[in-house]
Design a protein around this ligand. Structure first.
Ligand code: PLP
Length: 374
């Protein structure tokens, strides 16, 4: 039976055969009894939690299904997911990367991997000619976020997948902001999807985690699989359990985040003290048409540029009562952050606030913004 994502997310783990429990138990044991069968082990045999664990296996199977991939790995953070991918490349390889992305990934590439001989060209992914021009014979990987954090820029995933394929490079899409509830990069031609589970997937501000999903098994996927098992940046059983629990309501939460964010974006876009709202499903977004085509929902993340510069932006944060001044996004609580203050080597405009719209009632959020802007 072909199941829809909402159903897959709920029927994500088998009933526990030992107890009949619908909610899977947390397997905290680091080691498992196994029968020695000689040199060859059954690949499904549980041996040691760094290699595999029942909670991780259940989360990975669900992530692979939701992203339409062949296999997935659950790792200790979204950053660790990217780190593992970069570690699986070789000195002399070249990466073409989006010039707007979560700043920590740029730091990984510039500070740690450039000295190892992994070279990166940063390009504007909305400029397809620039992407094509950046490709080299040794380009192994193209990486993009869509929408990006924090500028909420989009990339045409299908068009960039064609460019990557022409050069026999792999396309990796960070799908953290849109999530598989709104966007399916693998259907658009991506080879690898990365997610920070910390955000919408777990969804409640209480899990740090990441996932790598491969469209197909193959040489690079196997190299990453080896690195996960041997390197050990794996997600703990408890965090896997929490992420899997959060995942059950992802589709419904993302609809509510998107509905709330749509209303807040409309309010802010009309406000005289706001210079610009960046939200994919708001008609003022420069890539609105692409957003409607590529993203089923607008998600809950937006950026807002406040008239009056840095001071006015910070003042707005300080006047809000329901929005918490905090980093991260994708959870139940609405968060707001002066982004330039937290990013290392930031080129983010000084008047930009990144806003994560939570699951509070949108009228309360708008009332709070109205009083803070008054
Ligand atoms: N990708 C995106 C788009 C992010 O926004 C973040 C973190 O904010 C990451 C990856 C890194 O994820 P984590 O914080 O789980 O390491």
């Amino acid at each position: 039976m072909s199941l829809r994502p909402e159903t897959k997310a709920i029927h994500n783990a088998a009933i526990d055969p030992a107890s009949g429990a619908i909610v899977p138990p947390i397997a905290l044991s680091t080691t498992f009894e196994y029968e020695t069968t000689g040199l060859e082990h059954d690949p499904d045999q549980l041996i040691y939690t760094r290699w595999q664990n029942p909670n991780r296996a259940a989360l990975e199977a669900t992530m692979a299904q939701l992203e339409n991939g062949a296999l997935a790995h659950a790792v200790s953070s979204g950053s660790a997911a990217m780190l593992t991918i970069f570690q699986a490349l070789r000195p002399g390889d070249h990466i073409v990367s989006s010039d707007d992305m979560y700043f920590g990934i740029r730091v990984q590439l510039n500070e740690f991997f450039a000295p190892w001989g992994l070279e990166t060209s940063f390009v504007d992914m909305s400029d397809l000619a620039a992407v094509r021009a950046a490709m080299r014979p040794n380009t192994k990987l193209v990486i993009l976020e869509s929408p990006t954090n924090p500028m909420i820029r989009l990339a045409d995933i299908a068009a960039i997948a064609d460019i990557a394929q022409e050069s026999e490079a792999l396309l990796l899409v960070d799908n953290t902001v849109a999530t598989p509830a709104a966007q399916h990069p693998i259907e658009l031609g991506a080879d690898i999807v990365v997610l920070s589970l910390t955000k919408y997937i777990a969804g409640h501000h209480d899990v740090l985690g990441g996932a790598v999903i491969f469209a197909k098994d193959g040489e690079f996927a196997q190299r990453v699989t080896r690195l996960v098992k041997i390197g050990g940046a794996v997600l703990s059983p408890f965090n896997c359990w929490l992420a899997l629990r959060g995942l059950q309501s992802l589709s419904y939460r993302l609809r509510a985040h998107s509905e709330n964010a749509g209303q807040v974006a409309c309010f802010l876009a009309e406000h005289p003290k706001i210079e610009r709202v960046l939200y994919p499903h708001h008609p003022s977004h420069p890539q609105y048409k692409l957003a409607l085509r590529q993203m089923k929902l607008g998600s809950g993340l937006m950026s807002v540029q406040v008239k009056g510069g840095r001071d006015a932006a910070i003042q707005l944060v300080n006047r809000l009562r329901l929005f918490t001044s905090a980093t991260s996004f994708g959870g139940t609580h609405s968060l707001i952050e002066h982004r330039e203050s937290i990013e290392e080597g930031s080129s983010t405009p000084a008047n930009l606030l990144r806003v994560s719209i939570g699951l509070e009632h949108p009228a309360d959020l708008i009332a709070d913004l109205r009083q803070a802007l008054a």
